[in-house]
Design a protein around this ligand. Sequence first.
Ligand SMILES: C[S@@+](CC[C@H](N)C(=O)[O-])C[C@H]1O[C@@H](n2cnc3c(N)ncnc32)[C@H](O)[C@@H]1O
Length: 211
Amino acid sequence: MDTNTVLKPEDFLSYYQMLEAAKAGPAALLLKTLTFIEADRAEADTSTRLAVDLGCGTGKDTVELLRRDWKVLAIDYSQAGVDALLQRPEATQYKDNLETRVASFSDTSWHDATLVAALLSLPYGPAESFDAVWQAIRASLLPGGYFVGQLFGPNHYKGMNHIVRRTRSEVETMLAGMEVIHLEELSLEQTHEGETVYYNYFEIIACNRKQ
Ligand SMILES: C[S@@+](CC[C@H](N)C(=O)[O-])C[C@H]1O[C@@H](n2cnc3c(N)ncnc32)[C@H](O)[C@@H]1O
C-alpha cells in the first residue's frame, strides 16, 4: 500500500480477504451500541428504524442490523465491497430493508437515522471533507439517535500519511452536545517480522440528545 497518497477502493481488498478468512462477525462495539438502543426503546415502539452503515465494506455489520429488523442504508465507495455484501444471504432475505450505495462519504446524503455506524471507516476518507462529513452525520441523527465508530489518534499507523487523526480533545470537541456513552482511547503496538505497527484509536458510542 502506498502510504503517501489518498486511499483508493482497491486498497481495501486485502482487508476484505482477511475478514473473509477470519469469518468475521459483527463488531463488538456495534453489538454494545445495540444493547443501549434496545434499552432506550419504548416497549410499544415496533417501528422500523434506519441505520446507516458508512464504509460498510463487505457488510458484516449491515447483515447483523438486517437480522435485527433495521432498515439499512449501506454506503461504501468500493464496488467490490458492496458486491460482496449483496452476495450474503441476508441481502436477499431482507432485500426490502436494504439500500446500498457505491459512493464516497462526502458525495451522498441521508436523513432521519436512528443509528450511524462508521466502523473503522471515517478516518480513511479524504482529510479535506472529514469535518463536513462529521457535521452531516450529526445533522442526520434523529433526536435520541446514536453514532458508533472509531476515530484514529495521533499515533495511529505512525508514518502513514493517508489517514485522518484527531487528538482526544479534538474528539471531545466533535462530540460536544452529544451524550457520550462510551469513549475509550486504545494504544498498543505490535511487532511482526521486525516491523512495529502502532495502534492508537478511539472507540465511540454517543447519543444525539432528545430535545
Ligand atoms: C477498514 S474498512 C472497514 C469496513 C467495515 N466497516 C468493517 O468494519 O469491516 C474501511 C472501509 O471504508 C471504505 N471507505 C474508505 N474511504 C471511503 C470513502 N471516502 N467513502 C466511502 N467509503 C470509504 C473502504 O472501502 C472500506 O470498505
